[in-house]
Write a protein that binds this ligand. Structure first.
Ligand code: AMP
Ligand code: DBH
Length: 553
């Protein structure tokens, strides 16, 4: 089918063969792997969601049932389906059900709204859309009905929730799963995909522009979560809390829910990573491991609820998505009792991990090293030549689970990939002496102050050392003379007062070039976040530009 899925850039045949020979690609679809896990771990609990406890056997049955219903609706191999289900078991049933018949879930996030979902439906030509009826006070059925006129191929709405309003095209996922559908059974096996086919699409979480579609194959993704499970020491006794949105690559497959299933371990679903929601579940379900973005780690560390719950079950805290400061990393073990594991990953593929037995120096100060011996990395300078050893440069990568192109994006692909198939990450990294990567910033997360380039991360790391500062984000603010200047958005610690002058003196005393000092301080209570919970610098830049305009500057 690869050839038939127009707009997919396959791995070159010879390289694919090497990945197979090397044992990275096992030649089985994700559903074949699932059947294997269901048979091996039948009576073990796979999923906990509120009061529901679902065994591997039940998981297998729900997925088989979902596949027959989806096939009977007329969903076929190669059809695209926009998935916006939140952290509920139905996400897992529908995802595996769709993959079983070769249909391709597109992993949207619950935070996406009309603009993104309209674009995804239209761009992909999706025939179906899956979402909860309501989540966090937002009605997804109303939204998709607003959009439907712009998505002519959209036929089926798969909705999780009871008492759906009457709608000929809206199907209750719950009602579907409560009964078998013999009419679909014969269709299921006809539609089986093969392991080199695309299994689903992840979205690039770029903080600018609309998301791009990232096609992941059965072969490459299985290797991705299997190897990630290994490096995070996952065993059948792991209890893994899914606190981030489940459709994101980190909790989905790094090792995430799929890695957990591959070991016969247990996932616990929660609707939110907030201490109020997550801490009681960590205690009652004896959660041993979870995945965070740094903002969530900071929230957990500073929560007064920490003393109210027994969090001592936690052994491993994976943190990734944006740069974790060394100061915060160092507080994880003393305050939460868990080892911190930095994960520097991307939905496009390459994953880097610190290893559990690394010295603190590596655990706190680096973002780890590539997961696979077959990952190839290059660090290049502005002209594309190899950077001097230890010097920062853009990271390029290629390997057995890194895509060769975004879906249906030939023009962008020509820029985002080298001719020999390396993905240009856009990240500025440095290879440390210990052989780990340190993420220094984005190629574009630089503030250009009259020609002086300022790394936002560098300034942020210094500001984080100030005792009054809980969290900080540095963005460029427009300036008629310099082009851009540094603006610091700061969340202060409780009751702390901080002035721009005081902050500048502190930084100056620490010994940093004057031009890097912030020229404006905005104290805020929280940061605007992207759909997966990263600080949205795009929103902050817009905020400061609007403020300056309002002030007539
Ligand atoms: P996405 O497009 O959402 O898959 O985001 C991937 C990008 O997030 C990477 O290219 C990095 O810029 C950033 N990122 C992910 N993990 C880390 C990390 N541990 N430290 C710093 N940046 C990270
Ligand atoms: O930011 C990311 O996209 C990311 C971070 C950590 C990711 O995709 C992952 C781990 O798998």
């Amino acid at each position: 089918m690869n050839e038939a899925l127009e707009g997919f850039v396959p791995y070159p045949a010879q390289i694919a063969q090497e990945y197979r020979r090397g044992g990275y690609w096992k030649g089985k679809t994700l559903n074949e792997h699932l059947e294997n896990w269901v048979a091996r771990f039948a009576d073990r609990i796979a999923i906990v969601a509120g009061r529901q406890r679902i065994s591997y056997r039940d998981l297998g049955m729900q997925v088989a049932n979902a596949a027959t219903h989806l096939a009977a609706l007329g969903i076929r191999r190669g059809d695209r389906v926009v998935m916006q289900l939140n952290n509920i078991p139905e996400f897992i049933y529908v995802t595996f059900g769709l993959m079983r018949i070769g249909a391709l879930p597109i992993m949207a996030l619950p935070a996406h709204r009309d603009t993104e979902i309209r674009y995804l439906l239209e761009f992909s030509g999706a025939v179906a859309y899956a979402a909860p009826l309501e989540f966090r006070g937002f009605n997804y059925l109303d939204m998709v009905r607003r959009i439907a006129p712009d998505a002519p191929r959209l036929k089926h709405l798969l909705i999780a929730g009871e008492n759906l309003p009457q709608d000929a095209n809206a199907h209750s996922i719950g009602a579907m799963l409560r009964q078998p559908n013999p009419a679909g059974e014969a269709l299921v096996s006809e539609r089986s995909p093969s392991s080199s086919d695309v299994a689903f699409f992840l979205l690039s979480g770029g903080t600018t522009g609309l998301p791009k579609l990232i096609p992941r194959t059965h072969d490459d993704y299985e290797y991705n979560f299997d190897a990630a499970a290994e490096v995070s020491g996952l065993t059948e006794n792991t209890v893994y809390l899914i606190a981030l949105p489940i459709s994101h690559n980190f909790p989905l497959g790094s090792p995430g829910v799929m890695g957990v299933f591959s070991r016969g371990a247990r996932v616990v679903l929660t609707p939110s990573p907030s201490p109020e929601t997550a801490f009681p579940v960590v205690e009652s379900e004896r959660v041993t491991m979870t995945a965070h973005v740094p903002a969530v780690t900071i929230q957990w560390l500073s929560s007064p609820l920490r003393d109210k719950y027994n969090l001592s079950w936690l052994q491993l805290l994976q943190v990734g998505g944006s740069r974790l400061s060394a100061e915060v990393a160092a507080r994880v073990k003393p305050l939460l009792g868990a080892t911190v594991q930095q994960v520097y990953g991307m939905a496009e593929g390459l994953l880097n991990f610190t290893h559990i037995d690394d010295p603190d120096e590596v655990l706190f100060n680096t973002q780890g090293r590539p997961l696979s011996p077959a990952d190839e990395i290059r660090i290049v300078d502005w002209s594309g030549n190899p950077a001097a050893p230890g010097a920062p440069g853009e990271l390029l990568t290629r390997g057995p689970y890194t895509i060769r192109g975004y879906y249906k994006a030939p023009e962008h692909n020509a820029k985002a990939f080298t001719e020999d198939g390396f993905y240009r990450t856009g990240d500025v990294v440095r290879l440390t002496e210990s052989g780990n990567l340190s993420v220094e910033g984005r190629v574009k997360d630089l503030i250009n102050r009259g020609g002086e380039k300022i790394s936002a991360e560098e300034v942020e790391n210094l500001i984080l050392r100030h005792p009054s500062v809980l969290n900080v984000a540095i963005v460029a603010m427009p300036d008629p003379v310099m082009g851009e200047k540094v603006c610091a958005y700061v969340i202060a610690r409780e009751q702390a007062v901080l002035s721009l002058e005081e902050l500048r003196q502190f930084m100056d005393a620490a010994g940093i070039s004057k031009f890097k000092l912030p020229e404006r301080l905005e104290l805020v209570e929280r940061f605007p976040l992207t759909t997966v919970g990263k600080i949205s610098k795009k929103d902050l830049r817009e905020d400061i530009a609007a403020k300056l305009r309002a002030e007539g500057k």
